[in-house]
Design a protein around this ligand. Structure first.
Ligand code: ADP
Ligand code: MG
Length: 520
């Protein structure tokens, strides 16, 4: 695919890639803003189009079909929100409780639940007792709707990444700026982690995957914002709702896709410098590797993916720091033939080869803890949140083995970067014309109070249910994930994270956005 009609792609830089070309030149903000923006007039035209008839239920393969979102009524959202609220204390929420929370006129809730089921926004479970729970899609809809109501997101585009615990989509703002929406999916495949924390779960009835995904998103948003404010090269944190983070689109590609660099030693130095500067700010990334470092045509780096970051005061801090460093050095050594000094706690400086880039030592860094505390709490991310989430994704222990990037990992699909090269894969950006439902969220707020009262008035806690539901839920979630990957890739097979092919085309990604924008 070539970038015909792609004026924004800019000159080709020095980065030779393995994968699909997604970027333009540089990631300086003014440029990025222009590049990521499409004509507002087109957008306005699109929004003023008459509504199409309601769609039939989404196909079995689950993609993020936002079409249905447009046709959900105020009552639909009210009941969906009621299920969400019920899930604070119940893994499966009895229909009667949903009805009480939603407070619709007699019988209304049941009819709405049927509609929500049809659209796969809730799941009916009668294995232990009769009730409902939100599906990912239902949770996605609640988050997206909130972001639409806030005026942050106006359209949802194609999926650009599937991680083990996240799905990444392009979204557009009202002015046409293309951004990235990351939907966290904690609990999707790492139920093993949850199972190993049963003691904790038993004492926490409100625990569920919604809670963890929300925490992960909040943490990611808060860290991205704080790091950005301290001058770190990270995407701009735009907004966050539930398990969803909206950020700026990085004009670049994951380092893993890059097979040549003009100045690999400079890039390595920059990247190692980032690990050191993070530590000076009291932080360790904990998943710092070629998948979470984006690089543009000017060889500028941007780091992403922050839910697993820990403080330098963490008991395993040194190990995490060394692992991050090791991972980067190994990758550069293998991919770009850079020599480096082998990991040693105390190395003899006289033996150091001047040609080699120095490996930073954790103990010699002047670290300041609490540096970002103010910024983090300004985003609503508290110390308790940090403690809670650390219990589950402690320092990336549920992440992949970050020290390896070898070719034998072809089967590993934790981080599938979707290469949308044909039209069956590329979804048109779907605009979300939800103005008629503006007050739905407001009316749901009333329900929050009602629900709290209901829950406090003696609803029994159901933490035990989680244990028995694990296997079934895990199976279902895995199935759902496989479907999502298959759906987002059309007829293509899921690609392993090292299975990037150089399509050789010029900025296929940008040209796609251009073509999509023509259809708006
Ligand atoms: P995960 O937690 O699942 O690893 P990441 O945040 O690392 O999710 O994102 C997965 C992939 O999505 C990245 O490797 C990258 O290709 C793409 N991606 C994520 N954020 C952005 C962004 N802001 N701009 C462009 N691409 C992004
Ligand atoms: Mg990642």
């Amino acid at each position: 695919m070539t970038g015909e009609g792609d004026d924004s792609a800019g000159p080709r830089g020095t980065v030779a890639r393995r994968g699909n070309d997604r970027g333009g030149p540089g990631n300086s903000r003014p440029k990025r803003e222009n590049q990521n923006r499409v004509a507002t007039s087109r957008l306005l035209r699109s929004l003023s189009e008459p509504s199409r008839p309601p769609p039939s239920p989404p196909p079995a393969a689950m993609k993020l079909d936002v079409d249905a979102l447009r046709y959900l009524s105020k009552d639909d959202f009210r009941v969906l929100t009621a299920v969400e609220m019920g899930m604070r204390n119940h893994e499966i929420v009895p229909a009667e409780l949903v009805d009480r929370i939603a407070g619709l006129k007699h019988g209304g809730t049941y009819k709405v639940l049927k509609n929500l089921l049809k659209h796969k926004l809730v799941h009916h479970d009668s294995s232990k007792y009769d009730g409902f729970r939100l599906t990912y899609l239902g949770y996605d809809f609640l988050a997206i709707k909130a972001l639409v109501n806030r005026g942050v997101v106006a359209a949802v585009g194609r999926q650009i990444g599937v991680g083990k615990e996240s799905d990444i989509f392009e979204v557009a703002a009202e002015d046409g700026t293309i951004m990235v929406m990351k939907l966290h999916r904690l609990g999707r495949v790492s139920f093993r982690a949850v199972k190993s924390k049963r003691d904790y779960l038993k004492h926490r009835s409100s625990y569920n995957w919604l809670y963890l995904s929300r925490l992960a998103a909040l943490k990611e948003y808060a860290f991205m914002k704080a790091l950005g404010e301290h001058g770190f090269p990270v995407p701009d944190a735009v907004d966050c709702n539930r398990h969803c983070v909206v950020m700026s689109l990085v004009q670049g590609y994951p380092l893993v896709q890059v097979k040549q660099l003009q100045n690999p030693d400079e890039v390595l130095e920059t990247i190692v410098g980032l690990v050191v500067r993070l530590a000076e700010h009291g932080l360790i990334h904990c998943d710092f590797n070629e998948f979470n470092i984006m690089i543009d045509d000017n060889e500028q780096v941007t780091m992403i993916d922050f839910p697993q970051m820990v403080s330098v005061s963490h008991r395993n801090a040194k190990m995490y720091f060394d692992r991050d460093v090791e991972c980067i050095f190994k990758f550069f050594s293998k991919r770009f033939n850079l020599s480096y000094q082998e990991a040693e706690d105390e190395y003899d400086e006289t033996e150091a080869d001047v040609e080699e880039i120095e490996r930073p030592s954790f103990s010699s860094i002047a670290k300041t803890t609490g540096f970002l505390d103010k910024e983090l709490s300004a985003s609503g991310f508290t110390r308790k949140d940090q403690d809670d989430i650390e219990k589950f994704i402690e320092g990336g222990t549920e992440q992949k083995d970050t020290t390896s990037s070898d070719d034998e990992e072809l089967e590993d699909q934790e981080h599938t970067h979707i290469e949308a090269t044909d039209d069956s894969v590329a979804e048109n950006i779907d605009f979300l014309d939800l103005e008629d439902q503006e007050d739905a969220a407001a009316s749901c707020n009333v329900s929050i109070q009602n629900e709290d009262e209901i829950l406090q008035s003696g609803e029994k806690e159901n933490s035990d249910e989680l244990d028995d539901g694990d296997a079934e839920l895990t199976k279902r979630l895995n199935k759902q994930r496989r479907r999502a990957i298959a759906a987002s890739q059309g007829t293509r097979k899921a690609l392993s994270r090292n299975f990037y092919k150089d399509k050789g085309g010029k900025s296929a990604h940008n040209s796609k956005i251009q073509r999509q924008s023509c259809n708006w």
